[in-house]
Design a protein around this ligand. Structure first.
Ligand SMILES: [Zn+2]
Length: 130
């Protein structure tokens, strides 16, 4: 059985998480943006280019619907819910840091790579930052 790359548990149902959520793709008018047309190692792929809306990574249902969903909501509020004037508040800096890290880890995984050591995955969902 496949384990979740974020919490490392293998006893949970797995889901396909969209690395770039549909709301975000729509918000930035990114429907035509291409994630990459190069395979791992930088050689050109013969497969069709993948749009960012179609990039997914396998994570467990509990991570997906739990801390990742909460992080996505926090990210949306931090970036889009209010006018961005002045210094970022500390809480928003943490949210943005976690969101970009989570996204980079999933993106690397979706391309067959690994951005962090597997043992570091659970730290992304650290309950102290929820
Ligand atoms: Zn998980």
């Amino acid at each position: 059985m496949k384990s979740c790359l974020l919490c490392l548990r293998a006893d949970r149902p797995m889901t396909r998480e969209h690395v770039f959520a549909h709301w975000l793709v729509r918000r930035v008018h990114g429907g035509r943006l291409i994630a990459s047309n190069a395979s791992r190692g930088g050689t050109l792929s013969t497969t069709a280019p993948v749009r960012i809306a179609g990039v997914t990574a396998a994570v467990c249902a509990e991570c997906n619907a739990g801390w990742m969903s909460t992080l996505e909501d926090s990210f949306r509020r931090a970036v889009f819910a209010r006018p961005q004037v002045g210094t970022l508040q500390a809480a928003d800096r943490i949210t943005l840091s976690r969101w970009f890290t989570k996204t980079a880890v999933l993106l690397a995984h979706a391309r067959g790579g690994a951005l962090v050591d597997a043992a570091q995955g659970p730290q992304l969902g650290c309950r102290h930052a929820r």
